[in-house]
Design a protein around this ligand. Structure first.
Ligand code: 0FV
Ligand code: MN
Ligand code: MN
Ligand code: MN
Ligand code: MN
Length: 592
């Protein structure tokens, strides 16, 4: 039971907050971190609560700009032109008979982020390649060309066909991969990309990763073919399997445009589709920014992150396809709220307050708001209304009441936040194992996966919702990698702000290693986590009530984290690399 508040309680609702002037210095992750203290003065008592602030910079995107942003590419003529180009590409796909050319075509389409337009054709080509090369004895016929073999392996595994790692045996001898491969940069790059589809215990694939990543790193790009000189460093930074076609399409279009094998129809369609989809994203932003302005949390909770646009990037990453506008908006809006709630639990709220907030969410009742201090009332009601509106839409569209499931998913997140708050306030230092058990919930992976399910599925069933509540393995392991990536990018600043030890620090504490070594270890955990994901994404495709699309969305969430946090807190810090990413992805059309 929550404590009822009385006027003499330190949590009484007529407390006034007087912020001490924030430091004028521009925030960067390297800046020394003066802790701004918010002094809280209770008007009827002498009780003073010291409060911290996240010290985040204000939002850089003008809300009026977001409400009016528009592009020419929403016009009908562009859609017509793109339909015409799509027909030409379809003809190209069905008339090609050479397997390697077919595979390369599929690879280019996927990198241009056009794969979703040709799902049926791609599926049928891959199915026939797989059928032709597999035999009843279990032996798989493979190409003698390394690039061809590795490309086939990667694309088939991506689409849930299990090509055995033994197809690479012919490129090895008793000492491992043969030295003769060293000159084949294209083949090594393809093998490197393929190696990320490995399962645990696939020693040939592990060896392939070690060998190719070491070898490719040692090569000079000046000596490579110009296209490879662009592809190799990009792949070494983040491999294809961990990238998002939508985030990467523009970069690839620029590479492809200069490539010798460029096909002008594919290039034109790539650019046009990018620009058309961008205009749809702008419509999302117009709707979301009006909502964000209206609920005014950014003014009322000014100690917390105001991050609508980066939050929306997660929606784009997870549900990028045009038809999922509702999903992108819900994910973006909910993450914008999550940011603020997270800052309350991590930074601003007292332990007593966050216990009360969690309890109020558990009750899921408008009256529960009464137990909260003022600043939490506004957060609670904004949150309560936003979630209820989604419940209403689903009830209206599907006739299914998802209140229990959805609030349970939210509570999973808040209980994770609460556990961390308790650790922080009691100075508890968890082991990495104890930390990760909680952190896979507190990263919001299961919640966002549930949102993705509820906003994209044609039919919502009790069976599927129950299954999601069990935290299936693929959900657990995608959340695991998501958490480590977040900690990799954000924990240095979080510790300066005051926070629980994150994965890196827990591991340092467990094993006594330096931060540098711990970071290397995190990279290993990410690769191992993906091997689990690779296995469970395959198993889900065989025997799960969930669609492959949803399983892909869970992976996409992890991919957003790997891309945004690669060089620091690309979510919290809006004006670094993320600004450029947002401009190129959301606001600037590609010149045609
Ligand atoms: C994570 O912030 C956060 F809230 C982001 C980036 C929004 C999208 C991701 C999630 C829904 C988690 P922060 O690094 O402060 O999160 P933790 O869990 O480390 O406090
Ligand atoms: Mn946080
Ligand atoms: Mn947190
Ligand atoms: Mn973090
Ligand atoms: Mn980079």
């Amino acid at each position: 039971m929550a404590t009822r508040l009385v006027a003499s309680s330190p949590l009484c609702s007529f407390i006034k907050f007087q912020p001490v002037k924030a430091p004028s210095q521009k925030y960067s992750s390297n800046a020394s971190f003066p802790k701004p203290v918010f002094r809280c003065v209770a008007t009827s008592t002498t009780e003073v609560i010291e409060r911290r602030s996240g010290n985040y910079q204000p939002c850089i995107w003008d809300i009026e700009f977001l409400q009016t942003v528009d592009s020419d590419y929403s016009k009908e003529i562009y859609k017509k032109r793109s339909e015409n180009l799509k027909r030409q590409v379809k003809t190209m796909l069905v008339s090609e008979v050479e397997p390697l050319v077919q595979l390369e075509l599929i690879d280019v389409l996927q990198r241009l982020c056009l794969g979703y337009e040709f799902e049926t054709e791609i599926k049928s080509i891959l199915q026939s390649i797989y059928n032709n090369n597999s035999s009843s004895s279990g032996k798989y016929k493979s190409s003698q060309d390394l690039h061809a073999a590795a490309l086939e392996f990667r694309l088939l595994r991506q689409h849930h066909y299990i090509v055995p790692q033994e197809i690479f045996e012919s490129f090895r001898d008793e000492n491992g991969f043969k030295k003769s491969i060293y000159d084949d940069v294209k083949g090594m790059l393809s093998l490197y990309e393929a190696s990320f589809f490995a399962f645990e215990d696939e020693s040939i694939m592990e060896e392939a990763w070690e060998f190719t990543s070491e070898k490719l790193k040692s090569l000079k790009t000046e000596d490579m073919d110009p296209t490879l000189a662009m592809l190799v460093p990009h792949a070494l930074e983040i491999p294809l399997h961990w990238r998002l076609p939508r985030f990467d399409a523009r970069w690839f279009i620029e590479v492809y445009e200069k490539s010798r094998d460029m096909n002008p129809i594919l290039l034109e369609l790539g650019k046009l589709d990018f620009n058309i989809v961008q205009s749809m994203y702008q419509e999302d932003l117009r709707v979301m920014s009006s909502w964000w302005k209206e609920i005014a949390l950014r003014e009322k909770l000014d100690f917390a992150r105001d991050r609508l646009v980066p939050s929306y990037l997660w929606g784009v990453g997870v549900s990028s396809e045009p038809q999922y506008a509702y999903s992108r908006r819900i994910i973006g809006m909910d993450i914008a709220i999550i940011n603020m709630i997270d800052d309350i639990y991590d930074i601003y709220g007292t332990l007593e307050e966050v216990e009360l907030f969690t309890d109020a969410v558990k009750k899921w009742d408008i009256n529960a708001m009464k137990q909260l201090p003022d600043y939490m009332k506004i957060a609670y009601l904004a949150f309560y209304n936003t979630v209820n509106e989604m419940i209403y839409v689903i009830l209206k569209e599907h006739g299914v009441d998802v209140t229990d499931h959805l609030t349970k998913a939210w509570l999973g997140l808040l209980n994770g936040y609460l556990t961390e708050a308790r650790w922080y306030h009691t100075k508890h230092k968890p082991s990495l194992a104890e930390y990760m058990k909680n952190a896979c919930m507190s990263i919001a992976g299961p919640l966002i996966a549930t949102l993705a399910y509820l906003t994209t599925h044609k039919s919502i069933t009790e069976e599927e919702m129950k299954y999601l509540e069990t935290i299936p393995d693929v959900m657990h392991w995608t959340s695991y990698v998501f958490r480590i990536s977040d900690d990799y990018g954000t924990s240095s600043d979080e510790l300066k702000r005051g926070d629980v030890p994150k994965a890196i620090q827990c591991y340092m504490h467990d094993s006594g290693v330096s931060e540098e070594e711990a970071r290397l270890h995190m990279r290993k955990l990410v690769r191992n986590g993906w091997k689990k994901v690779n296995k469970y994404r395959f198993m889900e495709s065989q025997e799960s009530p969930l669609t492959p699309t949803l399983v892909e969305m869970m992976q996409n969430l992890t991919r957003v984290s790997q891309n945004l946090y690669e060089h620091g807190d690309g979510h919290g810090i809006e004006d670094g690399e993320t600004k450029d990413r947002v401009l190129r992805l959301l606001f600037q059309p590609i010149p045609m």
